[in-house]
Structure formats: structure tokens, C-alpha cells
Write a protein of this length. Structure first.
Length: 206
């Protein structure tokens, strides 16, 4: 992987070019009111461009936050096709539980269901696509970490990571970085070069 580079006073987790070529910064043509602070600019084609430094900062914060929870009580959900492999790979490598594809209503609220699970924290890949899981997490009062695009509403999100949450390469990179930073925060590894997983291992097939 590329070495981190400096932007401002703090180095990025990876080279800026890797964020850019992965499309992490490419938002949507719609912008929710509470996403303004994460927007870098608007392109000529109307797409909102997310601020990479904000994404980088929030990955660090989210990883530190997630490291404070018992992995087996952490739930990662994703309905979007390109997010399912990275979400599942992230969960597996930090010891969390993943639920990808269709989220069965009542999974967090109905003990009679075979899918019932009681997490202490939930990670959602897209607050819109994963709306059912988000509602149930809010209902039972657990914190929500979410990858949020320019158009996502942050109303029920406790910690947002601004990122393109629809792109195949973007989702792979964000979840790859989250995995690396969580295991570092848990002192399982102490340096980036000790992290053996490759970015391609997180990327969904076309």
C-alpha cells in the first residue's frame, strides 16, 4: 500500500491519490442540510465532492470508538451489493457479526425471531439502504456508526464517516482502513506494515 502523506498538520491514513482513485470523495447530486460541513465543493456536473480530510479524520475516530466495544456484540449491516463483501470482511477480521443482504425486520427487537441479535453498537453502510436496521438500533438505544454520502440524513447517526457509500472501490477502501485502524486501536498490531490484509480482499466482484 501507499505510504501516508501529509495534508495540513496530520498525515492521511493512505496516500491522497488512493482516496481519489477509489472515488471515496465522489458524492451525489443531492445534499442533505446536515452534510454541509463534509462537502468540499460542487462539480460542474452537479455532483457534490466530499472532503477527504474529513473522511480520513472520521475513519480514525470511528475506529477508536469501535475498539471500545466487545467485538462479538458489534453488528455490521449492509444491503448494498458492492458493500456486502467489504462489510463482511471487516466484521470477520475484527471479530464482529455481519448481516448482509436483506435485513429481517425485528432482528434487533423481536426475541422470537431466529435471526434475533442483541448488539451493543451497529455499523451501517448506508443509512438509506439500511433504514430498517437503523430504525431498530435507534429503537433499542444503541449507538450507530454509518458511512454517509452527501445525500444521507444524519438524524439518527451518532458517528458519520463521510464517504461514497455506493462505489465498489470506495467501500472496499473505507472498510479496509476501518479494519486496519480498529486492530491498531486494540494494539493487535502497532504499525501499518504489520497489517497483512490487502485492499483487494475487501473489494466486491463485478
Amino acid at each position: 500500500m501507499d505510504d501516508a502523506v501529509s495534508v495540513g498538520d496530520e498525515p492521511l491514513l493512505v496516500a491522497e491519490d488512493l482516496y481519489l482513485t477509489s472515488g471515496v470523495h465522489i458524492g451525489t447530486q443531492q445534499k442533505s442540510a446536515d452534510r454541509r460541513k463534509f462537502i468540499f465543493k460542487v462539480r460542474n456536473d452537479g455532483l457534490y465532492v466530499l472532503d477527504i480530510k474529513s473522511t480520513d479524520d472520521r475513519i480514525r475516530v470511528a475506529a477508536s470508538f469501535l475498539a471500545g466495544f466487545e467485538p462479538s456484540r458489534t453488528l455490521v449491516v449492509c444491503q448494498r451489493q458492492y458493500g456486502q463483501k467489504p462489510a463482511r470482511t471487516f466484521a470477520k477480521n475484527i471479530g464482529a457479526k455481519s448481516m448482509v443482504g436483506r435485513f429481517v425486520p425485528g432482528t434487533l427487537t423481536n426475541p422470537r425471531l431466529p435471526t434475533y441479535f442483541e448488539p451493543d453498537i451497529i455499523v451501517v453502510t448506508d443509512p438509506s439502504a439500511d433504514a430498517q436496521a437503523l430504525r431498530e438500533a435507534v429503537n433499542i438505544g444503541i449507538p450507530v456508526v454509518a458511512l454517509c454520502d452527501a445525500n444521507n440524513d444524519l438524524k439518527y447517526v451518532d458517528l458519520a464517516i463521510p464517504a461514497n457509500n455506493k462505489g465498489r472501490r470506495s467501500l472496499a477502501l473505507v472498510y479496509w482502513l476501518l479494519t486496519r485502524e480498529v486492530v491498531k486501536a486494540k494494539n493487535i498490531i502497532t504499525r501499518d506494515d504489520e497489517f497483512s490484509l490487502e485492499l483487494d480482499e475487501f473489494e466486491a466482484s463485478l
